[in-house]
Design a protein around this ligand. Structure first.
Ligand SMILES: Nc1ncnc2c1ncn2[C@@H]1O[C@H](COP(=O)(O)OP(=O)(O)O)[C@@H](O)[C@H]1O
Ligand SMILES: Nc1ccn([C@@H]2O[C@H](COP(=O)(O)OP(=O)(O)O)[C@@H](O)[C@H]2O)c(=O)n1
Length: 208
């Protein structure tokens, strides 16, 4: 079974993807981490984020099993990831890695921005997770503060809006809801309620 999950920053897609993978006993790939890992490597080398040749080389050597979510979750790496995510050649390389992961038995849950549209267009079930920008900024701010990072609600809200705008309007694989994806708006849902709603959608889709 392949479950495709897309949605904007801090909508809760990663949390749902991880929990759905546990529930249905399949693997999980947070594809955002692949973009973050390439961006972090470019930053560490002091290279410009537009250096596509080096970005592609980094992507070709990426080890999906050893991406450090703790380090890669840094707010500024998310911003850098969204800047390199406009590079078509780099996306091609990462998408082929992601497709290979998805197609390895017994299947997987992948979350990102283009899973239902580009990476797994034939997924058994697709979800597009959303929430208001304000709810998402509150969640991301709380998450950063609880991890000991500095964050203010206003600047996180600004950053999320800017990143969503870039992700939605880029030429290659923009973030968009696949026509056959189920929309789940979690603005008024806690994590448990959102998870139950997602399990119901997947269970129903797989029965029909
Ligand atoms: N429905 C929800 N209600 C409240 N907080 C949530 C909800 N879903 C996720 N969160 C919290 O919001 C933060 C961002 O969630 P995450 O799953 O990482 O989002 P994404 O993968 O879309 O960026 C995390 O701290 C997570 O625990
Ligand atoms: N499938 C994907 C996943 C992420 N990305 C890019 O990578 C950035 C970071 O993604 P992420 O999923 O880790 O970000 P959050 O939603 O966790 O904040 C996004 O803003 C996108 O620009 C993408 O273009 N395609």
């Amino acid at each position: 079974m392949i479950i495709a999950i897309d949605g904007p920053a801090a909508s809760g897609k990663g949390t749902l993807a991880r929990r759905l993978a546990e529930h249905f006993e399949i693997r999980h790939l947070d594809t955002g981490l692949t973009y973050r890992a390439v961006a972090a490597a470019l930053l560490a080398k002091g290279l410009p984020l537009g250096d596509e040749a080096v970005a592609i080389e980094i992507a070709q050597n990426l080890d999906l099993a050893h991406m450090d979510k703790g380090v890669l979750s840094a707010h500024e790496i998310g911003e850098a990831a969204s800047r390199i995510a406009v590079l078509g050649g780099l996306r091609k390389e990462l998408v082929s890695l992601q497709k290979r992961f998805a197609e390895t038995p017994p299947g997987a849950v992948l979350d990102g921005r283009d899973i239902g549209t580009v990476v797994c267009p034939n997924a058994d079930v697709k979800l597009f997770i959303t929430a208001s920008p304000e709810a998402r900024a509150r969640r991301r701010t709380d998450e950063m503060l609880s991890n000991g990072k500095e964050a203010t609600y206003a600047s996180v809200l600004d950053d999320l809006k800017r990143r969503d705008e870039r992700d939605s309007n880029r030429e290659v694989a923009p973030m968009t809801k696949a026509s056959d994806a189920h929309l789940l708006d979690t603005t008024e849902m806690d994590i448990e309620t959102a998870f139950q709603a997602a399990v119901d959608i997947v269970a129903k889709a797989c029965k029909s």
